[in-house]
Design a protein around this ligand. Structure first.
Ligand SMILES: C[S@@+](CC[C@H](N)C(=O)[O-])C[C@H]1O[C@@H](n2cnc3c(N)ncnc32)[C@H](O)[C@@H]1O
Length: 256
């Protein structure tokens, strides 16, 4: 190898190390904007492995929530914990920040009684169980594989959530609030809200007014499962100074 080729190879190795070496927690706290967060993503490492917890977050989405947990001011709110995959990522970020932050997660805690079959074979979600309002539906396959084992578990959704928070040693950091966030939350403004309850235009329209009441001026709002159609609906209800999308995780800083 001549000197020039050698220099290029060394340069490439250096760049790869720079891009893919992990960013220490202290440096995560130096991120100042959503575009910096996006650029730093390949170097952010969530210090725990949540792959044993059923959930739908991609690796990059978990990294982003971890960083947001580290960066956000208190108080923090999550809506829709399910088994806690996202809760644990955010809580690990809070831990990495070295600061004491109030972190509430609100979970509806559905049971099998909340699900009924539609004439076309899809399974729909009703809350409360006796309601006639279909809050969203999924295929029978997804219900049987991913939802039924969780909602039909003897410990319930929240029992399993609490056990997962304990096994990742973040249970003392997170306050679990059970019920519909639209009615059970204290009248507070939060600096970071992760809403995993914005899966389609009708759910966004239903939840947006109550979500708005939860957001402090300049708060960060993150929503999962954001398709282009969902993003347009979110942008109809909230005004953002800046926003990015990481896989299906929409993140915006609200104006104010
Ligand atoms: C997609 S799952 C959340 C997944 C979770 N964030 C994770 O990372 O694995 C949505 C959750 O939101 C909860 N949920 C739906 N509507 C809600 C509401 N109005 N208030 C509180 N929780 C709600 C559901 O019970 C469900 O557990």
């Amino acid at each position: 190898m001549n000197n020039r080729t050698n220099l290029f190879a060394r340069g490439r190795r250096y760049l790869r190390r720079l891009l893919y070496s992990s960013l220490p927690a202290a440096r995560v706290k130096e991120i100042r904007s959503l575009s910096q967060l996006n650029a730093a993503l390949p170097r952010i490492r969530v210090p725990v492995d949540t792959s044993g917890i059923r959930g739908w977050l991609s690796a990059d989405e978990q990294r982003a929530l971890y960083a947001l947990g580290a960066l956000a001011h208190s108080p923090i709110l999550e809506i829709g914990a399910w088994l806690g995959r996202s809760t644990i990522c955010i809580a690990q970020g809070v831990l990495a920040s070295g600061l004491s932050k109030e972190f509430l997660t609100c979970e509806l805690n559905p049971t099998l009684a909340n699900f009924r079959e539609l004439p076309d074979g899809r399974i729909a979600f009703y809350y409360p169980p006796e309601s006639e309002v279909n809050m969203g539906s999924c295929s029978r396959e997804l219900f049987e594989n991913d939802i039924k084992p969780v909602v039909g578990h003897p410990d319930g959704v929240v029992g399993q959530l609490r056990a997962n928070l304990r096994s990742f040693e973040v249970d003392r950091l997170v306050q679990v609030v059970i019920g519909d966030f639209r009615s059970v939350l204290p009248p507070r403004k939060f600096c970071f809200v992760f809403a995993d309850t914005m899966h389609g235009p009708s759910e966004i329209r239903r939840n947006a007014p109550d979500l708005q009441r939860c957001l402090a001026d300049g708060a960060t709002l993150a929503c999962h499962d954001t398709t282009p159609e969902n993003r347009d609906e979110i942008l109809r209800h909230f005004q953002f100074r800046e926003f990015v999308q990481i896989d299906s995780l929409f993140i915006g800083i609200v104006k104010g």
